[in-house]
Write a protein that binds this ligand. Sequence first.
Ligand code: GLN
Length: 303
Amino acid sequence: MNYQPIMQGIFEEMQKEAPLGTVATYIPELADINPDQFGIALLDVDGTHYAMGDSEKRFSAQSVAKVFALSLALRHAPDEVWKRVGVEPSGDPFNSLGLLEVEAGRPRNPLVNAGAIVVSDILLSVCDNPLDELLAFVRAMAGAQDIAIDEAVAASELQTAHRNRAHAHFMRSFGNIHNDVEEVIGVYVRICAIAMSCSELARAFAFLANQGRSLPPSFRLDARAIRRINALMLTCGFYDEAGEFAFSVGLPGKSGVGGGIAAVCPDRYSVATWSPRLTKGGNSYLGTRALARLTTLSDSSIF
Ligand code: GLN
């Protein structure tokens, strides 16, 4: 399928959309961004790459990067992940502490903050250098050796990460965090602070669309792990708006408060959008609109 006319059409439509939503400000470094940017990139499983708008500008991946952390943890220690983290949607905001009390410190899923903090703790226990290994993984998949952690974003979030520290301390009180809390939060915040463009994210998510064929040889994952990651993205990738995303877009995907969304249509394509204005649930407004148009125009909802 030639996606070029569809991509062009979506780009033009998005220029006309009302500027709804606001940028995330609780991480001070993210508050200064020009909110009216929009990029989209799509990688067909046959290797054809399409891109429009601000598709090559790097932005803060934030929670989109939780998928890379989970993938790496599943490669090293799948049993440990599923022992310590659940697989149910939370129906709660990404940073909600509520369910942790009722569920004795076991996060609902690996894509809410609590779950990604446990995944970061597991990576600290099983990798010699979790951040170097994660960056090597992401760089190899995206085909860009200069992808890096934006240390200014990480430092900024570390100053305000009281809630994430509260998560980690609380889970530690139940025995579900094994390493020093400050070290775990340092890894978690730096994973979120990886800066990537839409084109790089579309390439890096390709393995979830092509049954793992694009994974570098040293990072192989089996088909079951890939199916499970896609299942979790569909049910948990957009927090308490996961239902809305499945309803209007119909693809497994993951959002971040930097305004990015990466999604996959298994056996067809991987796609990423970026636009910093967010819904109340912390998901990109225009990104969601654009992906809804994409699945409509290319008849590619998984349902
Ligand atoms: N680093 C952010 C946080 O922990 C990630 C949140 C997000 O992108 N939803 O709050």
